[in-house]
Design a protein around this ligand. Structure first.
Ligand SMILES: [Zn+2]
Length: 255
């Protein structure tokens, strides 16, 4: 399993972190949240954008979904004279309602010759989905103002990745993160100020004693000045070696 970090920043992007989104690379790649320019970011990570078959949208906040019309439009233009496989959006009802409205606003659902677009609704209690190479489990987490789910990917060869999406520390996430190969967890602040519905760096340090993941990468990161970055990297290295690290845009991890 190969995961590419297309973006690792929080809802405000900065000079070296775009909004958080990931791609699970395979014959059929899975885009997880949709921000920035996913086609360009995929190419920069050496991924053929045509391989994206599924887009998982963890919740309806703007920084996780705003690039959808552009993604579909570019896919459409790339396939004016060729056929593309159906494209699936996976999300909860409120998120899919917005996706539908966005695509309708840009007249992207009825374009002549556009590929088939499917919508898979995730119920409040979560869902398990079998995709070609993966079993995907989507489970509720505790964000703010809206329902949100975390994602677990299990490959046929027994590898596993969990992505927290936006959440404060939750039992569900701790439960799903036992014995996995990689946990991608949000870390929205490095100060003592608690952000409702998010996880702080000190909470991440507490979480590490409750889970057993071989690696942890932190995403949804705020702007970090160079001197603070140095302090954080050193602290993580002292405490965990290379177990826990800040992820960076363009990073590719082979699991
Ligand atoms: Zn959010």
């Amino acid at each position: 399993m190969k995961v590419s970090f297309l973006g690792t920043g929080n809802s405000i992007s900065n000079h070296n972190r775009k909004n958080t989104s990931l791609i699970l690379q395979s014959t059929n790649s899975i885009l997880i949240d949709c921000s920035g320019n996913p086609i360009q970011a995929a190419m920069q990570s050496g991924i053929n954008p045509d391989s994206i078959s599924d887009v998982i949208l963890t919740h309806n906040h703007v920084d996780h979904i705003y690039a959808i019309p552009s993604l579909v439009h570019q896919m459409y233009l790339l396939h004016l004279s060729s056929k593309r496989a159906p494209f699936r959006f996976i999300g909860n009802k409120s998120t899919l309602d917005i996706v539908h409205k966005l695509l309708k606003a840009f007249n992207l659902l009825q374009r002549k010759g556009i590929f088939e677009i499917e919508f898979i609704e995730v119920p409040k209690q979560g869902i398990s989905i079998q995709r070609e190479e993966y079993r995907i489990k989507l489970f509720p987490v505790n964000h703010v103002w809206t329902d949100c789910f975390g994602c677990k990917f299990l490959s046929e060869d027994g590898k596993s990745i969990v992505y927290s999406s936006d959440t404060e520390p939750t039992n569900n996430l701790v439960k799903e993160s036992q014995g996995i190969d990689l946990l991608v967890h949000e870390c929205s602040t490095f100060t003592q100020n608690k952000l409702k519905g998010h996880t702080s760096f000190s909470e991440i340090l507490e979480l590490t004693s409750q889970i057993s993941s071989k690696r942890i990468r932190l995403v949804h990161l705020p702007k970090i000045e160079n001197d603070l970055q140095y302090i954080i990297d050193n602290k993580l290295n002292d405490l965990f070696g290379n177990l826990v690290q800040l992820a960076y845009d363009g990073e590719v991890l082979e699991i």
